[in-house]
Design a protein around this ligand. Sequence first.
Ligand SMILES: [Fe+2]
Ligand SMILES: [Fe+2]
Length: 170
Amino acid sequence: MNLQEQAMTATDTLSWNEEFVLGDARTDHTHQEFIDLVNATTAAASEKKLAIYQELVRHTVEHFAQEERWMSACGIPSDFCHFGQHASVLQVMQEVERRALNGEIAYIGSMIEALVEWFPMHASSMDAGLVSYLQEKGFDTATETFKGGAPAATAEAVPSCGHEPGHACG
Ligand SMILES: [Fe+2]
Ligand SMILES: [Fe+2]
């Protein structure tokens, strides 16, 4: 592999490592699948790229919906920044799908590079914050139930999403 190939590999693939392990089996499994689909999109031959990218989009819809369902179950309001970040990422992914369906396939490569940069930050801040919050509240993601009964929804019922208190979410 020459230097240029190495540089390309570094920006368009993700490798699963222990920094991605957040300690919730369902979240970790979903994130592994996400990484596999990102890498499969990069590795796909150009005639298969769009189909695999569409699988990644479908998977991401489910991935985000799953976390949002858990947040809603805990009484976290839908204007919490984690919901907003999912919505903007998904909107761009779907726009790229629309363009690729029109033949502008090169957008997929740029989208993958953006996801490779975005995902580790999102996982280590918002998703990590959510996992510890769910564990603190006794929410079992396998059964989607609370071990000790659902906690009352309160204004403070918002997990950390990784930024300093008082700072706006990125
Ligand atoms: Fe996630
Ligand atoms: Fe998330």
